[in-house]
Design a protein around this ligand. Structure first.
Ligand SMILES: [Zn+2]
Length: 141
């Protein structure tokens, strides 16, 4: 059986587009004209962050040439900020693309020994109190 890749038919149903539009709140870490970064609501590690283009692209590799460099520059900026703030050298990054069909790059601060593979266990949800506190600590804007 072939697995359905695009679980969402259009960007009007896309949860990340709704976050970009402000229809769904997020714990914002960074924002500029083209990109947005926010805490994953179901973090694998503390500070688990998603970096997304504001415009809807299905895959990271769908971004146009003039944006892909900026995208990685934003990820680098956030990762280096986390390295300082969280006093860790290691920021794991991950491009997977299954869960939400809108391009996203995961950043996992200090994930060494904490993430081996795609977890099979259910992740706990980030409470608004935890999220606010952590976003305030990690915010780059
Ligand atoms: Zn989208």
């Amino acid at each position: 059986m072939t697995k359905q890749l695009d679980l969402v038919e259009s960007k009007t149903d896309c949860v990340f587009c709704k976050i970009v539009a402000g229809e769904i709140p997020c714990f914002k870490i960074y924002e500029d004209e083209n990109f947005l970064a926010f805490l994953d609501i179901n973090p694998w590690v503390e500070g688990h962050t998603l970096v997304i283009p504001k415009k809807h692209y299905r895959w990271v590799w769908d971004l146009p040439e003039n944006l892909i460099g900026q995208y990685f520059a934003v990820c680098r900026k956030i990762a280096n900020h986390y390295r300082q703030v969280l006093k860790t050298e290691f920021i794991m990054s991950y491009i997977y693309g299954w869960e939400v069909p809108h391009a996203h790059i995961h950043l996992f601060p200090d994930a060494r020994g904490k993430i081996a593979m795609y977890p099979k266990i259910k992740r706990g949800q980030l409470s608004s109190e935890e999220g606010e506190k952590l976003a305030k600590r990690l915010r780059l804007i």
